[in-house]
Design a protein around this ligand. Structure first.
Ligand SMILES: [Zn+2]
Ligand SMILES: [Zn+2]
Ligand SMILES: [Zn+2]
Ligand SMILES: [Zn+2]
Ligand SMILES: [Zn+2]
Ligand SMILES: [Zn+2]
Ligand SMILES: [Zn+2]
Ligand SMILES: [Zn+2]
Length: 349
């Protein structure tokens, strides 16, 4: 018995029982080992459980509770396996979702506990837990949304703009090419709340993920949100911001929310020692320092990374040192001893 399956260019042969040789083969549909009845192309080592292959022969099935809703099966998209369809069978249509934000109805999926790719297009964060899924957008255009994001109001009043409400927009308004505002600097591509009169935008991240206080292991005091439109220069990274900084009342530090989590000790590919975030300000230091990564001036009255081995004189901007191209994410442990670098650096006798 042979079938022609849309997912493979050769006919697939019915296999009653797998031989020992093909034991480790995985079903390309559900990514689980194939045993028992299946279809396969031995030439390409392409296998499908009989059930998965037949499921796919009828790619559209009717939703039991919404007869008009089609459910499309995503095939061979490894990150989005067939279990989503089981979840979809128990889903409901998300009510009141404005269709100018997405042209298709969304299914609300309550029980799905794996992380889903790609990230939520609105807040740009990973999705796990309850979410909304569009079954009309098919791979590679996958559309999933956090439940919280899908429920965001179209208009909000926010302390950052005391005169006007902010409106939800599917993408940031266009800014001039060399704009240095925060959105342009972080290349924000998600949704924004915007006031066109004030030229002011907040990211969904600002709205959903900016709690009144943040406590982290790397700083002994809590950081408090200053929820207002205010110009500041971040004490950790030395670049400016235009709204909602976090403040440490004990140390009198004011920082970007994202800079709170800057790691203290890191290892980067460019330097052979661990470098450390330094923000102990030494007034009267007039010496000029140059960033060893971008070769521009480092104002050491703000935070920066430096090598504790004094003879290295290695210093870098916080953003340069933590750039993805420079730093692979290796964080050195908390109890790391800076003095050991001086020992390592002792010239050979
Ligand atoms: Zn989201
Ligand atoms: Zn869609
Ligand atoms: Zn801008
Ligand atoms: Zn305004
Ligand atoms: Zn900063
Ligand atoms: Zn502090
Ligand atoms: Zn060094
Ligand atoms: Zn730099």
């Amino acid at each position: 018995m042979e079938i022609q399956h849309f997912s493979h260019h050769h006919p697939l042969v019915f296999i009653q029982a797998h031989s020992v040789a093909s034991k480790a083969a995985l079903c390309l549909g559900c990514q689980k080992p194939v045993k028992g009845w299946s279809y396969g192309c031995t030439q390409c080592e392409f296998y499908l459980h009989k059930g998965c292959a037949e499921l796919e022969l009828a790619p559209k099935i009717q939703h039991p509770s919404h007869s008009s809703a089609k459910i499309t099966l995503f095939f061979g998209h490894k990150r989005f396996d067939l279990h989503i369809n089981c979840a979809l069978l128990q889903s409901s249509i998300a009510a009141n979702f404005p269709n100018f934000l997405h042209p298709h109805p969304l299914h609300f999926i309550q029980n799905y506990n794996k992380e889903i790719e790609p990230d939520c297009p609105w807040c740009q964060k990973p999705i796990s837990g309850p979410f909304n899924h569009c079954s009309d957008c098919t791979y590679p255009t996958v559309f999933n949304l956090h439940k919280e994001c899908a429920e965001l109001p179209l208009e909000i009043n926010h302390p950052c703009d005391r005169k006007h409400p902010l409106t939800l927009l599917p993408q940031p308004p266009t800014h001039p090419q060399k704009c240095s505002c925060y959105l342009c600097r972080i290349q924000w591509k998600g949704f924004v709340y915007s006031c066109s009169l004030c030229n002011f935008d907040l990211t969904i991240d600002d709205i959903l993920f900016s709690p009144p206080t943040i406590t982290v292991a790397s700083h002994e005091h809590p950081w408090m949100l200053v929820s207002t439109k205010i110009y500041f220069v971040c004490d950790f990274c030395g670049t400016d911001g235009d709204h909602s900084p976090y403040f440490c009342a004990t140390c009198h530090l004011i920082v970007h929310k994202n800079c709170i989590s800057l790691p203290v000790h890191i290892m980067i590919t460019r330097h052979h020692h661990t470098i450390s975030l330094s923000y102990s300000f030494r007034p009267n230091q007039v010496e000029d320092w140059m960033c060893k990564i971008c070769y521009e001036k480092v104002d050491i009255s703000y935070g920066h990374y430096r090598c504790p081995a004094s003879r290295c004189r290695y210093i870098a901007h916080a953003h340069c040192a933590t750039d993805k191209a420079i730093w692979d994410g290796t964080i050195m442990p908390k109890g790391y001893d800076e003095r050991s670098e001086e020992l390592v650096d002792e010239p050979w006798k």
